[in-house]
Design a protein around this ligand. Structure first.
Ligand code: PLP
Length: 361
């Protein structure tokens, strides 16, 4: 008997890997160290008590999309909500890329952009970032003109480097894809940790009904809701309409919609949490500067660093031995020797810094 044959694209791939090790200090997946505020669970319980469990959820998720649209001064027709921004990205790729089309990335960047692109059957084309991990308007324009990707990802702040692109880079990408009908997807999973720096704007500011742009946001980071899968895109209404064709009907269940609404009722709490993380990130960066490591400026809730003259994977293991888990990026293309640490609670950051100083002594 012959085994069933997975699609050719999948046979060449490996799954998504982020080791979940049982340790005291978990600083490997860029989650919020603190849960949503105290009132959240009680407000949610009330909302859940009102769900009609025998009925399908709202297919258009109108209440949730309307609440999200209020954050950005757009209309509900400009918002597409889904199960994490990963499903937003998948839906964007199903609608605008798919089999035989091209998806462009600036590497190193978020692994799932390329991974999901391959799963939907697209060809992935890449351009390397410069030594500081910046893209830059000129490099972006040259790459887009040469490759004409149907979908171009621009991740800012970029995971795993923390790099924030200048607004000119996004403008250059938009101008370039406009020449042949491509789409720019700006992944802003970490934007709440960057927008506190003066002069740094969101791609949402460049949205207009004729823009070739979709901006992805998530509730997994600054909103402290990684346990629930909720993310969204802000985009021109005609793009949102296409996304609703590509996604499964009733994809966003009633629980997730209610969780989102309960969380959005206290947007100020998310802002306070983000401000506290930014302050801790600056402290962490200052402390790292006293250790024998190279680090890169971050606009996110993590810091990428490379221990001087040490094998990154060995340092990662020695940190795990001290019950501290960070992300080992040392074998990723363009990130030789690098580790990424999520900014945690102050006590967690202290334990990480102590362990790292000990490992590097
Ligand atoms: C964490 C992260 C996301 C979030 O994905 P969810 O599916 O919403 O949890 C999206 N993009 C980037 C770049 C990320 O690092």
């Amino acid at each position: 008997m012959r085994a069933p044959r997975p699609r050719r694209e999948l046979a060449a791939m490996t799954g998504y890997h982020s080791p979940q090790v049982d340790v005291r200090v978990r600083l490997n997946t860029n989650e919020s160290p603190a849960p949503p505020p105290g009132g959240f669970s009680a407000a949610l319980a009330e909302r859940l008590a009102r769900i009609d469990w025998n009925r399908y959820p709202s297919r258009s998720a109108e209440a949730l999309r309307s609440a999200i649209s209020g954050l950005h001064g757009v209309t509900q027709r400009n918002v597409f909500a889904a199960n994490g921004s990963n499903e937003v990205i998948q839906t964007l790729l199903l609608a605008y890329a798919g089999s035989g089309r091209r998806v462009g990335l600036f590497t190193p960047t978020y692994a799932l952009h390329g991974h999901i692109a391959r799963v939907v059957g697209s060809d992935v084309v890449t351009a390397p970032r410069d030594a500081e991990f910046s893209v830059g308007a000129e490099r972006a324009a040259r790459f887009v003109a040469a490759e004409e990707p149907d979908v171009l990802f621009l991740c800012s702040p970029n995971n795993p480097t923390g790099t924030v692109d200048d607004p000119e880079t996004l403008q250059a990408c938009l101008a370039a894809v406009g020449g042949y009908g491509g789409l720019v997807v700006a992944d802003e999973a970490y934007i709440q940790f960057a927008s506190r720096q003066p002069g740094q704007a969101s791609a949402v500011d460049l949205l207009a009904e004729d823009a070739s742009l979709a901006v992805c946001r998530t509730f997994s980071k600054a909103w402290a809701l990684a346990a629930v899968r909720l993310g969204y895109a802000v985009a021109p209404a005609r793009i949102v309409e296409e996304l609703h064709k590509a996604v499964l009907p009733y994809h966003l269940d009633a629980l997730t919609q209610e969780v989102g609404l309960a969380c959005l009722a206290d947007a100020a709490a998310a802002d306070r949490r983000a401000a506290a993380i930014v302050a801790e990130r600056e402290r962490l960066a200052a402390e790292l500067a006293t250790l024998p490591v190279r680090q890169w400026p971050s606009g996110a809730n993590f810091v990428l660093f490379r221990p001087d003259g040490r094998d990154g994977a060995a340092v990662w293991r020695e940190l795990v031995d001290r019950s501290v888990l960070v992300r080992d990026c040392s074998s990723w293309e363009g990130l030789s020797g690098c580790l990424r640490v999520t900014v945690g609670a102050p006590e967690e950051n202290d334990l990480f810094l102590e362990a790292l100083a000990d490992v590097l002594a």
